[in-house]
Design a protein around this ligand. Structure first.
Ligand code: PBG
Length: 327
């Protein structure tokens, strides 16, 4: 074996130009998706305590936000709604004049195809009990929920959504939504499926933001337990079979192995969701002066890309462009 001293790995690390040449997992702003919270009751942007720098915006406020996102070079947003009223059936989720439907129409009227509008299709923000599906006998009933998810997706498509993103982890949700969209004439509206979605403590800040914590129990009967990689691959495989155009792994940072495994097994675009708790951890440590915020964001987003994600949904999206990829 030759090796050292003929081989010297440090040769290619000598200058910043050389290091840049060797840096492969580059993030482009068009890989990123900015989440936006829209609050039907808000009159002004309401700061989210556990997510410094993030706000619940009034419906009209989305235009300014989308403008900032586009200025940053980011081309896609994912919308989450906080409705004025919740009920047992989550009916505000599919109302024609619902918070998301109104926000999407506003954005599309102003920006058209300049921006990709993705909508989260779920019930937890709209149900009084805070679960992602409809209840029957105190349990989340899978098949009962499917029709409602289809209705939500169609109402988002009618408002102008480009992509709907089912996140309730009901079995068969992608198939039901695909059929509902096709039957309503929306064959070109795509589905980004939250396929490998884990029951995770890292959603905590989001639930404060969207006011969507379950009022009893937890989400473990529908979201996955984090110990099993093969179950995630099965979820992804089924969603592809049911018609998902893009599959998602969520959260991202504690699940880089899942992203990487999915990348090696499937030939579909993979999205990863750098979730609220992952955002909050970096913001909190940076506030304490314990971590360099920009460096941390750059390192974790690069890791998610390197693991194999094509698309990264991240609350950092609109703030990173100017200094991204500065090695
Ligand atoms: C809706 C949904 C959640 C997130 C995205 N869609 C919350 C949950 O499942 O409890 C979490 C996103 C984040 O934490 O940033 N079901």
């Amino acid at each position: 074996m030759e090796g050292f001293p003929k081989v010297r790995m440090r040769r290619l690390r000598r200058t910043s130009a050389l290091r840049n040449m060797m840096f492969k997992a580059r993030i482009h702003p068009s890989d990123l998706v900015q989440p936006i919270f829209v609050d039907e009751n808000a009159k002004i942007p309401i700061p989210i305590n556990s997510m410094p720098g993030c706000y619940r915006l009034p419906i009209e406020g989305v235009l300014k936000e989308v403008n900032e996102v586009l200025e940053a070079g980011v081309k896609a947003v994912i919308l989450f709604g906080v409705p004025a009223r919740k009920d047992e059936a989550g009916s505000a989720a599919f109302a024609d004049d619902g918070v998301i439907q109104r926000a999407v129409s506003l954005i599309k009227r102003e920006y058209g195809d300049e921006v990709v509008v993705i909508t989260d299709v779920c019930l937890c923000e709209y149900t009084s009990h805070g679960h992602c599906g409809l209840l029957k006998g105190g349990m989340v009933d899978n098949d009962l929920t499917l029709e409602t998810l289809g209705k939500i997706a169609v109402s988002h498509a009618q408002a102008g959504a480009d992509i709907v993103a089912p996140s309730s982890m009901m079995d068969g949700q992608v198939r039901s939504i695909r059929s509902a969209l096709d039957d309503a004439g929306f064959k070109d509206v795509a589905i980004m499926a939250y396929s490998a979605k884990y029951a995770s403590c890292f959603y905590g800040p989001f639930r404060e933001a969207a006011n969507s914590a379950p009022q009893f129990g937890d989400r473990k009967s529908y979201q996955m337990a984090f110990g099993s990689p093969s179950e995630a691959m099965r979820e992804i495989e089924l969603d592809i079979m049911e018609g998902a155009d893009i599959v998602m792994v969520k959260p991202a940072l504690a699940y880089l192995d899942i992203i990487s495994l999915a990348r090696s097994m499937f030939n579909v675009p993979i999205a990863a969701y750098n979730v609220s708790g992952e955002y909050a951890m970096i913001k909190a440590a940076a506030r304490m002066g314990w971590i360099n915020e920009k460096a941390a964001i750059f390192e974790v987003l690069t890791a998610i890309k390197r693991a194999g994600a094509d698309i990264i949904i991240t609350y950092f999206a609109k703030e990173v462009n100017s200094w991204l990829n500065q090695t």
